[in-house]
Design a protein around this ligand. Sequence first.
Ligand SMILES: Cc1cc2nc3c(=O)[nH]c(=O)nc-3n(C[C@H](O)[C@H](O)[C@H](O)COP(=O)(O)O)c2cc1C
Length: 480
Amino acid sequence: MPIEDIHEFIKELEKNGELKRVKTEVDSELEIAEILRRGMYANGPAILFENVKNYDMPVLGNAFGSIKRLEIGLEMTDFTEIGQRIVDMTKLDIPSGFLNKIKKLPELSKMTDSFPKHENSGPVTEITSNNASFDDMPILKSWPNDAGRFITLGLVATKHPETGVRNLGVFRMQIIDSTHALMHWQKHKRGAQHSEISKEKGLKIPAAIIIGGEPATVFSSIAPVPEGLDKYLFAGITRKKGIKTVKCKTIDLDVPANAEIVLEGYVDPTDIREEGPFGDHTGYYTPVEPYPTFTLTGIMRRKNPIYVTTVVGKPILEDAYIGKVIEQSFLPLIRMFHPEVIDFSMPPAGWFQGIAIISIKKRYPGQAKKVMMGLWGMGQLSLTKMFVVVDEDVNVHDINDVIWAITTRADAARDTIIINNTPTDTLDPASPLVNLGSKMGIDATQKTKEEGYDREIQQQVKVDEKTKSIVDSKWSDYGL
Ligand SMILES: Cc1cc2nc3c(=O)[nH]c(=O)nc-3n(C[C@H](O)[C@H](O)[C@H](O)COP(=O)(O)O)c2cc1C
């Protein structure tokens, strides 16, 4: 049975030696963040802080900070299954004719199992109030020069004002006072799009901040799913079982029934204030930028909720592991549009939007550039600053193999493309303007005659089978 909530997740993590409890009193101002960072940099366990100064709510951090914990949370070891399920759904043609329909029923019911299920109440509706305050929650201040306390792992629910498609995105929120916060949804993200459409209609956008929920729902919020795909459905596809939802009390939005806390309210796209600085994923403080204001109108929560959080900073921290799962789970979707793609890697040190490496099976001249251009047009991959394309014999997850390919198969003038004035990740500290900069593509595939490479392709060094087997059979005799 899939894990239903954070409490079940904690039990599973503890059973697997993946969680430690801290009973010493700790401060949500700077201290918890530093403990979490030390643990994350040392590949340590998830930590449940049970005694947080001035709050009666425990704090959970680093819950998703290893591949093992993500395997436990999402109950799978091969994350490509997630993308493959979406690809399979697109192939599920509904045949005409009664008998054919009956034959397809098991596949169809598998699909409907993933649909969200609406409930009248759930664990998160144990306490509801219109009198909500951010002050009741142990929201962390992470870095000394942060502008204040930030919610860092809130799943922000909105719905498309025209299509009604529901979104969840993890967008940090800077607390301004007990009922106001700044919503850091970057320009290219769906939450920001929803807000802009509302603004054009002269409306504020209802938004709910969800703390906790099924591990698959947390993952779904961070995943850059294809446009138009409901994130609640994506969470259900990930865990092979639909999540339960309930209605908010003060706004018209559905939220996960198994959440710990739901903060209801709205974002006013015309009430823009200065957000930041904030110690960010890149390892730098992102400077002050204008973002819209969220107003709290109500709260739903469990009687004994757990506040789930994370800290970000110079990689590699907790978000790196979530990024690795995204990389693997989206490979089948990339292959659906670019079937020549063999493998794909986003090295975490490049904070996921900095650099990606793609291996392909090249069949025709210029194909590496075709793949780069295609990926720069695909969802959030459009924000990736550099692509390196290699042949299928190169392991994209081995940076030494990649450097070998770049330095032996790419000529700087011939095989590098630079495209200026393209969208960049808002966080990129190097781009000349916020949200606008350039792309670099390196075609590190072996060039062919058709691609104008007139020299003879050099043969790769490789040991012959006879020598190999002699050395294999005598290896223990050498005394090495
Ligand atoms: C810990 C963490 C914090 C994040 N903070 C932000 C943020 O403040 N603003 C933002 O736009 N994206 C942030 N993201 C990335 C988004 O959650 C991600 O791009 C997601 O796909 C939301 O985009 P979508 O709503 O378009 O799907 C964060 C991701 C993680 C893992």
